[in-house]
Design a protein around this ligand. Sequence first.
Ligand code: UDP
Length: 243
Amino acid sequence: MTDRRRRVLLKLSGEAFGGGSLGVNPDVVSGIAQEIAAVVPKDEHDPEGVEVAVVVGGGNFFRGAELSQRGMDRGRADYMGMLGTVMNALALQDFLEKAGAPVRVQSAITMSQVAEPYIPLRAERHLEKGRVVIFGAGAGLPYFSTDTVSAQRALEIEADAVLVAKNGVDGVYSADPRTDPNARKLDRVTYQDALIQGLKVVDSTAFSLCMDNRMPMYVFGMEPAGNVTTALRGGDAGGTLVT
Ligand code: UDP
């Protein structure tokens, strides 16, 4: 492991892109991009940098489950959700490039004008060259979430950890902090305990995929500024380590 740089999979929810509202907030995305650009390797031979792959959510546009509750066909609604993630991927690509980081977007749904297809070995090559790789369109499959895709992509590209950046919450709590005043933040928790206690921060499919394959997950808040950079470098960003 000594001759290999740190490699991480960063999950950014759609909420992060919208800054709490529908669509993309350029100021917010620019801020995230600068925090990522600060850690990426200068080139293939830079031993210091962090190889960063990103899975983007799409909740700032559409969530399939919500649309299907309002009468849409679930599969079609999920494809709309996946297309939303591609818009976020392109926005992040743009601001990363403006921040000086080379980027490739790979989409699980083929759309060759805007993104490469998802080719895992090629993604790894990009990372080795110091490029950020953004995975859009989720898994390309309805009934999946981008949380689950984060776990799957992290495993396939052999990342050291999945880093889950959250808006409005800064880790895993013993209960829902919005409703339970006794909820306390956990520094560490096992996947098994998180699943048994129903601690909801990512979905259970993502948790169990990581648990079964011994992939550590770090859940942390995007605030204050600099937290994303700290987490990417493996520092203490005040979050929760799930193992
Ligand atoms: N989605 C899907 N398959 C995937 C990933 C995503 O069908 O592999 C759809 C699903 O409808 C989901 C939406 O895309 O609600 C947006 O993704 P997600 O809810 O995971 O985004 P986030 O909550 O992270 O913003």
